[in-house]
Design a protein around this ligand. Structure first.
Ligand SMILES: C[S@@+](CC[C@H](N)C(=O)[O-])C[C@H]1O[C@@H](n2cnc3c(N)ncnc32)[C@H](O)[C@@H]1O
Length: 295
């Protein structure tokens, strides 16, 4: 399968898909020739999550699934927000304290507040971000992700996490894979089943990145409020088509960082990762997260 890249690139450079600058016009790739692939009759992970975050890019099937999940695990709305707050703190830390200027954000989700390039470029405008998602509705909203500063770059790649080779090849048109990159896999690996070996995908992606790169993960927890999470997962899985969510334990999540150096405070619930003391956080979040360095 060929990947399609849509890009807002810096002054004068070629767009990753061969187009050139395009910050002021719609992504050329959102083209009328592509048959519509958006099925709004079935709940979808990106749109369920968008509903929890208070977004408007969802349909009745998504809202019904999101509400069924909330009935089983009422904390999920606060949990989704805690995950986004973790994303912002982790990106700010990587740019401001670790000197990272390149991000590969796979399983991007629908645009929301504080998208990765916005957080990174607020600190270092030259930051370059490649977003990857396989959902056509995220692709349809990709324009909101392509608002790079002139000094930096933001590109959107329509591709599947289960095709790491394709992602690396396409991302290399926007990112310099000879320089450190932060690989971001936030609340997406649970959509890769055990039989599809999420650990091999992470290892392959990290193997292509040089020393000084970082892995940033967040993942729904199976061992926090286990009964509520199990029931929520059953309800969501019953409603999504072709995708099965697999929450994992802290130990399973920690193994995804094998071979890397964990940054403090290690694998924790998102509200405990370098919290901003001024922000009120939920006591418990049904997810694990962490940041690790490749040395
Ligand atoms: C729950 S959202 C998470 C969004 C964002 N990473 C965050 O943490 O706020 C999961 C996203 O992963 C995308 N996704 C699911 N499976 C994928 C796959 N195999 N390849 C690429 N993207 C995928 C979905 O379309 C959705 O946009």
């Amino acid at each position: 399968m060929a990947a399609t890249v849509y890009a807002a690139e810096e002054n004068g450079s070629e767009g990753a898909w061969g187009g050139g600058r395009m910050t002021d016009r719609p992504p050329r790739g959102i083209n009328p020739g592509r048959p519509p692939r958006i099925d709004t009759s079935t709940a979808h992970s990106a749109r369920i999550y968008n509903y929890w975050l208070g977004g408007k890019d969802n349909f009745p099937a998504d809202r019904e699934a999101a509400q069924a999940a909330m009935a089983a695990n009422p904390g999920i709305v606060a949990d989704a927000r805690a995950n986004r707050a973790f994303l912002a703190r982790a990106v700010r830390y990587l740019v401001a304290e670790a000197g990272i200027r390149q991000f590969l954000d796979i399983g991007t989700g629908l645009p929301t507040a504080d998208n990765t390039h916005e957080v990174a470029q607020a600190v270092a405008p030259e930051s370059r971000v490649v977003y990857v998602d396989n959902d056509p509705i995220v692709l349809a909203h990709a324009r909101a992700l392509l608002t790079s500063t002139p000094e930096g770059a933001a590109a959107f790649l329509d591709a599947d996490l289960r095709e790491p080779e394709l992602i690396l090849k396409s991302a290399a048109r926007t990112l310099d894979l000879g320089q450190p990159v932060a690989l971001m896999l936030l609340i997406v690996l649970h959509l890769i089943r055990d039989a599809e070996h999420p650990e091999r995908i992470v290892t392959r992606l990290m193997s292509a990145l040089p020393a000084g790169s970082y892995l940033v993960l967040s993942h729904p927890a199976r061992d926090v409020q286990p009964a509520a999470v199990a029931e929520m997962t059953r309800r969501v899985n019953d409603r999504m088509r072709g995708v099965t969510a697999t929450p994992r334990t802290r130990d399973e999540m920690a193994r995804l960082f094998d071979g890397l150096t964990m940054m403090e405070p290690g694998v924790v619930q998102p509200q405990h990762w370098r919290p901003d003391p001024a922000t009120e956080t939920p006591a418990e979040v049904t997810a694990w997260c962490g940041v690790a360095l490749k040395s």
